[in-house]
Design a protein around this ligand. Structure first.
Ligand SMILES: [Cu+2]
Length: 269
């Protein structure tokens, strides 16, 4: 695996010491490739157009105009003989487009399958359940603890299992390039790896009512030991309300929307 040393490109935080290529990095390279190729194609097409405009320009000193074979509207270009130029440009375009489609699709498969693969290989994946509600987010940790701020360890694969209590929402952390629909009755996954401790912001990306624009949450990336210490002190929000088999706290979160607000004070700082 390529270690990019925790490079920060623009506002994108790339994975560092975890050695796992985060979606932020994958999406960044797709963006750069499309931007680069788009620019290259643009430069070639515009230069060739300008070159021909200059070559076939009107010149007063040539009267009558020399007999050149200018392309007519509707005529297939036959440059290079027997449409060689046409064949070449179609061929190159098809090659570029197909390569991009295949490469992008492979990248998406990587992003979709990576957390499962890491888990199967015995790597660390922390799954946090994200519940959207009008108007806020509730995070449920593997131990059942709930909070309105998402705290995660750095350099760890964080798998978000996103759902909604009421209407459609969309959970996204722009800097970490993590984004998933929050749909009632369904779960959607997104994951990220952050190597730069700090505070990021999660927003709702689906108009959901008057409080939509304020539907934000802090995402605090902590270094491993600080996170462990914090996590060890958390308690399941519903510890007294249901038996410990609830484990990840899903049932309580889904069946008791009324518990959302108290959960903010549910023993999680
Ligand atoms: Cu929303």
């Amino acid at each position: 695996m390529v270690d990019v040393g925790g490079a920060v490109v623009g506002d994108t935080v790339l994975a560092g010491t975890s050695g796992i290529r985060a979606p932020a990095e994958v999406f960044n390279s797709i963006f750069v490739a499309f931007l680069g190729l788009g620019t290259l194609v643009g430069v070639v097409v515009i230069s060739y157009t300008l070159y021909n405009a200059y070559k076939y320009r009107y010149r007063e000193d040539e009267d009558p105009a020399p007999d050149v074979d200018r392309p007519e509207v509707g005529e297939l270009p036959e440059g290079g003989g027997k449409g060689k130029k046409l064949f070449l440009s179609f061929g190159i375009s098809a090659f570029i487009v197909l390569s991009l489609v295949i490469w992008t699709y492979a990248s998406l498969l990587y992003v979709e399958g990576k957390p499962t693969e890491v888990q199967q290989n015995g790597g660390d994946v922390m799954t946090v359940e994200v519940d959207g509600f009008r108007f806020g987010w509730q995070f449920t940790y593997p131990n059942g603890a709930q909070a309105s701020t998402l705290r995660v360890p750095a350099d760890t694969v964080i798998n978000l299992s996103v759902t909604s209590q009421d209407v459609f929402h969309n959970f996204g952390i722009p800097e970490l390039r993590a984004k998933a629909d929050a749909i009632p009755g369904q779960t959607t996954n997104a994951w990220f790896v952050a190597d730069e401790p700090g505070t990021y912001q999660a927003n709702c990306y689906e108009i959901c009512g008057e409080g939509h624009s304020g539907m934000t949450a802090d995402v605090v990336v902590m270094n491993g030991s600080a996170f462990e210490e914090w996590y060890a002190a958390t308690e399941p929000a519903n510890a007294s309300a249901s038996d410990s088999t609830a484990g990840n706290g899903t049932e309580a979160a889904v069946s008791a929307p009324g518990a959302l607000v108290p959960a903010r004070a549910g023993g999680v700082p």
